[in-house]
Structures are given as structure tokens and as C-alpha cells.
Design a protein around this ligand. Structure first.
Ligand SMILES: Cc1cc2nc3c(=O)[nH]c(=O)nc-3n(C[C@H](O)[C@H](O)[C@H](O)COP(=O)(O)OP(=O)(O)OC[C@H]3O[C@@H](n4cnc5c(N)ncnc54)[C@H](O)[C@@H]3O)c2cc1C
Length: 505
């Protein structure tokens, strides 16, 4: 079986490994000069930065990718479990250190907000139930496809467990059922932003983040998270996957509603038995899929989709150290609701945004020259729209972000910058073909978008499969890895003529 994979993000690399391990002949096309997609790197003046993911969780999803190739993740990368999940900094000077150990975290919360410890423990227990009820039926399957078919008795039972979690409640409702302190509301509502969504519109099942961070652990990869992309590429190559870099796909070749290969921008045409598309599917559905083959996913339908949030990044190499920084920090907005209103109602970045600051040099001295610090500074602006022009406003916005960090304790930050790189949503759009610069394709606002993402198996074109953050099961490194594993299993099954009711069966 010949398979072409378009895009070398986590989903594409994982699918390529899963397919090559099943003896498929795989060619991976990547438009950029490096694999990794949004998991990427930037280096300057002895400073090293990851430009995308910093929080690594759900290691088992990546371990499964390596296991398919008879390898171990730990043979390729050195992992460190972080002692502190995040240090939260409030405008009034309050800070909360959230230790990685759940018992220690409960004690920290009790000291920070007396009386909230029991609620935190109940929240963790609920989060664990969510993980248990969703991992097999939701994350390991094409949920959309399985609910469209006739559910098996096992699926009915899984559905009952899922409904027992009352997934129609919003994250905001679930958080208020467990905490009274407004500062804790603000912290736990941020879980919705981790999927680019609003806490009053995203399902309460996003509480699962607490389980993922605390029970499963939060990790750092020595030498930077980009090592993961390199390890995936090395593994794929060892299985015979052929990489063609700086090779943008122009169009998927479709004959009789069946994918037959890929036409490159260079004019070359490559033929295959199946095509796996890791390019953001909201972009691909209306660009790479030929117009004549768009039936259910038309341009009009894509336009009705609400994209997830995007990212504004500053990569700063600075002189000296800031002892108040942990590996992961969150400098919270003074008014969390005003931030959500700006993003989701006005479609503009908040004037006073929550700022994530990752400081890898706290854990790994190889990330910055001696006596210096590497800072990855990120905010969550909305996806690109006519409401905000980054070409005009990026410099002011950058200044506002740095002023806020100085006001909240990073003294003299601007004077200490030695190297700087700025990325706006326009960069995410142009570098990775991300739909409107959104990080995860669509938001998880509302039932339909939260639970019925564009399916991994194209409903319009046979032999065309989607992987990555904009399809099922969703965004983030582990879920993208799962999408690749799921797709490889499904394609192998399809080409052997098996019947499926969901990807996991
Ligand atoms: C700033 C930022 C911070 C993040 N933080 C975290 C985090 O802390 N933890 C976490 O788990 N996740 C995080 N994420 C999300 C995570 O990075 C993504 O969900 C994941 O990496 C996306 O993988 P993917 O499989 O969707 O592929 P992508 O990364 O979207 O890659 C797709 C690839 O396809 C290529 N491509 C597109 N079109 C074509 C074409 N026509 N021809 C050939 N190639 C093409 C692109 O160049 C790209 O390499 C973050 C993302 C960003 C941007």
C-alpha cells in the first residue's frame, strides 16, 4: 500500500510511523524546511526556544506511537517531570504555586484559599472520571463516525458513563460547583483557553486537564520539546518513510470520489492508494480538496465554523535571571471576564491579557547562555479577522504585554532583552497554513464544535483521512499523536476491507 502524508506536524509524523510499521510505503510531504509543524524551534545568540508547545502531558499517547514501531519514547528523549505545574501571578501580588504532586497541590490551595481544599479534591476526582469515560470511546475513536452508525452494546455502556458526567454543563458551571474563591475560578476557567474556547461555552469535561496535569504529570524534554519532532522523524525514517521537505502540496488528486494521489505546487503528480492530510483541515477542505469533490464540507460550511483562539508570541533572550519565575508561569488578567469578552465578543486581543511565560532555562541551563534567561511569552488573541490588524497594531500590543510583565515584577525586562522574535497570528497562518491563524482549527464552543469536529475519515472522498489538531479528537500534542495512531489503524483496516464502527474498533 502506498500512502502520501501531507504535512509533518505531530499528527502527520505519528500517522506515518503507524502506517510504515504496518508495512505501508509512506511518502511525507512538508512545505517547510523542518518537520514538527507548530512544534518548532528558533535559536539566536546562544538562546534556544521552542516556538509552540511547552506543556507536555498524556505521555502515553506519544509512547503508543513509538511502541507501534517497536521503540520506546524514553530511548529517544530525556523526560523530566516538573515539580511545579504552574506558578500563577495575580495583579495584586498574590502568587499560587501549583505543585505537580496532587496532595501537595491540595495543601498549596488550602494555604492560598482556606476552605477550598475539599473542592479541589472533588474537582480532581471528577477530572479523573472524565478521563476514564472519554479515553477509549472518544479519544481513540472517530467519535463523529461512531455516533452516526448504530452503537454496539459496549458503546451504549460507554455513552451512559459519559452522560453520567453531565457533559452539557459548561466548564464555568463545573468550576463554580467546586470552588468559591474568584481567584481559583479564574485559574481553572483558563482550561477552556487551552483549547481556544470560552469557559461559559465549552463543556465541563475540559476539567480533564486537571487530571492530565496532576495525576498523569506535566513533563519537559531535555534540550527542548523540539526533540520530540526529531525523534519522530528519526523513527519514521528508520521504518523507511521518505521525507520530501520544502514540497508544498497543491491539490489532492481525486477520481470518482476516491483519493488517488497528490499534485505538488511544482507540477509533479504523485500517486498513492490513500492520502493522509495533516494540513489544517479547515484550510485543506477548501484548498487541497478539489472543488468538484466538496460535498458536505463546502466553503460555506467552513465559514460557519468558529475558529479557536490564536497565539501572540515573544521569544526573549534576556540578561540576568528572575528568581520569581518557575518553569511555567501565568500572569493573570486583572479582569478575566473582560479578557474573554475582548477575545470572543469583540474579536480583539484583550488590553490586559493573561500572559503565559515559560522559562525553560530554570530547568535546563542549555537553553540560554550562562547568567541569562530564555523567556517564551504567549497570549491568546482571537483568530484573524477584520476586527484587528496585526500589521498595524503588533508593536503597540508587544509594548503592552512587556509593560504588564514589568508592572507585575519582571523589573527592567525591556532593557534586558538581548534577542527577540515576535510572532503574530499572521505568522501561524503563513508558516503552517493554520486556518485564520487559529491554533486548533475550531474552538470547542458549544456542543457541535466540541464533540463533532471534522471527522478523520473524509465523508466526501474515499481514501482521504485527516489527522492533526483541527480534526478529531482535537488540538495539543497528545491528541494530535492519537489522531495519527487512529488514522494509521483505520487505513490499514480499510485497505484490508474491514468494516468499522469508529476508528478504534
Ligand atoms: C504557540 C503555541 C503553543 C502551544 N502550546 C501547546 C502546549 O503547551 N501543549 C500542547 O500539547 N500543545 C500546544 N500547542 C498546540 C500544538 O502545538 C498543536 O496542537 C500540534 O502541534 C499541532 O499538530 P498537527 O498535527 O495539527 O500539525 P501542525 O503543527 O498544524 O502541522 C501541520 C504541518 O503541515 C504542513 N503543511 C500545511 N499545508 C501543507 C501543504 N499544502 N503541503 C505540505 N505541507 C503542508 C505545515 O507546514 C505543518 O508543518 C501549542 C501551539 C502553539 C502554536
Amino acid at each position: 500500500m502506498d500512502v502520501i502524508v501531507i504535512g509533518g506536524g505531530i499528527g502527520g509524523l505519528s500517522a506515518a510511523i503507524g502506517l510504515a510499521a504496518r508495512r505501508a510505503k509512506v511518502t511525507l510531504l512538508e512545505k517547510n524546511c523542518r518537520v514538527g509543524g507548530k512544534l518548532n524551534v528558533w535559536e539566536s545568540g546562544g538562546f534556544k526556544f521552542d516556538t509552540g508547545p511547552h506543556v507536555l502531558t498524556m505521555l502515553w499517547a506519544l509512547e503508543e506511537v513509538f511502541a507501534a514501531a517497536g521503540r520506546k519514547l524514553s530511548d529517544h528523549v530525556a523526560l523530566t517531570q516538573l515539580d511545579t505545574v504552574c506558578r500563577y501571578h495575580f495583579e495584586n501580588g498574590d502568587t499560587l504555586d501549583a505543585p505537580g504532586d496532587p496532595e501537595a497541590a491540595a495543601a498549596a490551595i488550602a494555604a492560598f484559599a482556606p476552605g477550598e481544599e475539599a473542592g479541589f479534591k472533588r474537582f480532581l476526582a471528577y477530572a479523573q472520571q472524565v478521563t476514564e469515560a472519554t479515553t477509549d470511546p472518544f479519544l481513540r475513536q472517530d467519535f463523529g463516525a461512531s455516533v452516526r452508525g448504530v452503537p454496539t452494546p459496549a458503546q451504549w455502556s460507554q455513552l451512559r458513563s459519559f452522560l453520567a458526567l453531565k457533559p452539557w454543563r459548561t466548564l464555568r458551571q463545573v468550576v463554580s460547583e467546586h470552588f468559591t474563591d474568584p481567584r481559583l475560578h479564574q485559574i481553572f476557567e483558563l482550561y477552556a483557553l487551552y483549547s481556544g474556547s470560552h469557559p461559559a461555552r465549552a463543556s465541563g469535561i475540559f476539567a480533564t486537564v486537571a487530571d492530565v496535569q496532576w495525576r498523569q504529570g506535566t513533563f519537559y524534554v531535555r534540550g527542548g520539546l523540539y526533540r520530540l519532532a526529531e525523534a519522530l522523524r528519526e523513527t519514521a525514517e528508520s521504518l523507511g518513510v521518505k521525507f520530501r521537505m520544502e514540497t508544498p502540496a497543491q491539490e489532492i488528486i481525486v477520481h470518482g470520489y476516491r483519493a488517488r494521489g497528490v499534485a505538488l505546487q511544482s507540477g509533479e503528480r504523485l500517486f498513492a492508494d490513500a492520502v493522509v492530510c495533516n494540513a489544517d483541515c479547515l484550510s485543506a477542505l477548501t484548498t487541497l480538496v478539489p472543488e468538484t469533490a466538496r460535498r458536505s464540507w463546502t466553503e460555506k460550511r467552513v465559514e460557519t465554523i468558529e475558529p479557536s483562539t490564536s497565539a501572540f508570541l515573544l521569544l526573549l533572550g534576556v540578561s540576568g535571571e528572575y528568581s520569581q519565575l518557575a518553569h511555567h508561569n501565568s500572569f493573570l488578567a486583572a479582569d478575566g471576564e473582560a479578557e474573554f469578552d475582548a477575545i470572543f465578543k469583540s474579536a480583539r486581543p484583550a488590553d490586559d491579557p493573561t500572559i503565559g511565560v515559560a522559562c525553560q532555562s530554570v530547568t535546563d541551563p542549555t537553553r540560554a547562555p550562562a547568567g541569562c534567561t530564555n523567556l517564551f511569552v504567549m497570549t491568546n488573541p482571537p483568530a484573524l479577522s477584520s476586527s484587528f490588524d496585526w500589521q498595524i497594531e503588533a508593536q503597540n500590543y508587544r509594548d503592552r504585554v512587556l509593560e504588564k510583565l514589568e508592572r507585575m515584577g519582571l523589573d527592567g525586562l525591556r532593557k534586558r532583552i538581548l534577542v527577540e522574535q515576535r510572532w503574530t497570528p499572521l505568522d501561524l497562518q503563513s508558516r503552517y497554513a493554520a486556518y485564520r491563524g487559529a491554533i486548533y482549527g475550531l474552538s470547542s464552543n458549544g456542543w457541535r464544535q466540541g464533540f463533532l469536529r471534522p471527522p478523520q475519515v473524509s465523508p466526501d472522498v474515499q481514501g482521504l483521512y485527516f489527522v492533526g489538531g483541527s480534526t478529531h479528537p482535537g488540538g495539543g500534542v497528545p491528541l494530535c499523536a492519537l489522531s495519527g495512531t487512529n488514522a494509521a489503524r483505520r487505513i490499514a483496516g480499510d485497505t484490508e476491507g474491514n468494516n468499522h464502527n469508529g476508528l478504534g474498533t
